[in-house]
Design a binder for this molecule. Sequence first.
Ligand SMILES: C[S@@+](CC[C@H](N)C(=O)[O-])C[C@H]1O[C@@H](n2cnc3c(N)ncnc32)[C@H](O)[C@@H]1O
Length: 685
Amino acid sequence: MKKLTADDPESRSPDIVAENVAQLKALFPELVTEGPNGVSVNVDVLKQLVGDKTVTDADEKYGLNWHGKRRARQLALTPSTGTLRPGPEESVDWNTTQNLMIEGDNLEVLKLLQKSYAGKVKLIYIDQPYNTGKDFVYPDDYRDNIKNYLELTGQVDGGRKITSNTESSGRFHTNWLNMMYPRLRLARNLLKPDGAIFVSIADQEIQNLRIVMNELFGEENFVATVIWQKVFSPKNSARHFSEDHDYIVVYARSAEAWAPRLLPRTDEMEARYSNPDNDSRGPWTSGDLSARNYYGEGTYPVTCPSGRVIDGPPSGRYWVIAKGKFDELDRDGRIWWGADGNNMPRLKRFLSEVKAGRVPQTLWTYDEVGHTQEAKKELLARVEFPNSDVVFDTPKPTRLIRRILQLGTAPEGDDIVLDFFAGTGTTMDATFAQNAEDGGKRRCILVQLPEPLPGGEAAGLSTIADITKERLRRAGKKIREEIGGRSQETEVRRKELEGKKGKAKQAQGSLLAEAPVDPLLAPDSSLLTSDPSPDLGFRVFKLDSSNIRAWEPDRGNLDQSLLDAVEHLKTDRTEADILYELLLKLGLDLCVPIEKKEVRSEELEGSSHTVHAIGAGALMACLSERIPQADVERLGLAIVEWHTALAPAGDTTCVFRDSAFADDVAKTNLAAILEQHGIAKVRSI
Ligand SMILES: C[S@@+](CC[C@H](N)C(=O)[O-])C[C@H]1O[C@@H](n2cnc3c(N)ncnc32)[C@H](O)[C@@H]1O
């Protein structure tokens, strides 16, 4: 027996407004639209329908509009107040990998990546919620999106529950468009001039997606809409049609500059070529030399090698080349007259002269690129779900993503691939597999919301991002096992290199000492360039509020607020947190090498100051909590010495903790020493 609650529609009085709207909609569907507060009626349209002549067309213009569009545009322009905190303990191969798995709301993350990755990403693939009415569409909060994010993902007390975007909300398309618009706007900035974006979508929003993408990427940069046959058998329970496909919409940053790479030729294509006459140019196939199209010079007799004269092309057809060209090809052995030299002539086409691959087509069948059941199977082979309720049900097959990688990235070079609606991480799994197969060095950046996953806690899968990481760990392990010996060799080499680093001795007469090997040390570039096995690791970063304290005074205790404000940096954050925020602010790659050295303190017995050099000296930082006056000169000279040795190509920024200095004199002295030696950009935080 159903228990009625106060919220139940049956226990409420009738909603007269909703009934009125429903009646109007039944009569005039074009009247009802989405407004700021849900369903709304377009009064101008109503006036027109009842013959009111006061309606004008003054504000009619072509384009897609919805409530919140201006704010969505603004949202993309507002800087993030967040940062990305490193998580080496959850990462794989932190020291060597060039891949990133970022946990967070992708709007904030895309903003944070703008400086470091603008114009650097070769391929973006996204598979955002399709807006089916059952999926969750992230509600941005333009006032404080980081707070909104922490609440929605249950990272602060009083977290809000994640709910889906239902059609009955009256803001069905509005919510989806408001979510997509700023993200696509920011994503475009990250693309290389010859990059492209592939977006998975279904019927619910394809029309809106196309219009928004035309607006943001330019209609002239639309490349294709691919149809992916996602299922292998019809759904007989479907009320109308059984839906067999999804779409993948492709835009280039510039369609002039971008072209898809050719796909590998199929065995079937190769099988069409043979070499019955042992031609030294290799296998060939033959094509018709006549066609129906009228050609003025296309009717002449030809003589077979056997001596038979053929009066002309078959009736109603024309040779496709003139007599002169025909004779030239015949002299070059490019005309096939049949095994006994007595047949209608055909043109020989050599395998060595045809395109090295196949031009992609817009219909992708499941036998070529996989289907949804295959995707689920792949996921279940990687991640053990505690029960069937927890299983993530919208993964894409790796074969589908590998097809996209083949079209949009090159095996040679180190193209960056970005997927900011990562789900279970299929895009990185596919990148691992593709690199393992073709020896590529593609890098992959994923962004995934730590969307709570009720029921998964017991298995250590509290969020969807936990599934992503677990899948990638397993994927890397599996591929490593498959390529076996090669990766064992690399491991031995890695250990040797790390051993060498650890043993490095303090240079004679130098103020600097090598710091012990740290998990946050970045890749050894020699290892990366000479390593034959694919990069199967990833660095985890997590979105959080900035390490720099915002001025949020406690009105009831202003004295304490003022005292707290002396220290700009949050006290619960590590040096690594602060360093990576600096990297983002200065626009350095999150996988750039970080080295560190120690400078012994004069005053603080037995202790030392750690100096970091990031990106071969583009950034140097000492985040000691106290730099006594007595250490200023020593520290300054040590930094100068290291800076000289590194000889960075561009300007260096040198950063200290503002509260580390006893007074302004110490700070000024240190800045003066550095400036005298050519480090002009000295900053404190
Ligand atoms: C359709 S799924 C992607 C599936 C993925 N292609 C795969 O193969 O597993 C969309 C994902 O986007 C994530 N998502 C939704 N809103 C997000 C946001 N604002 N930031 C980051 N991720 C988000 C959802 O949690 C969901 O996992």
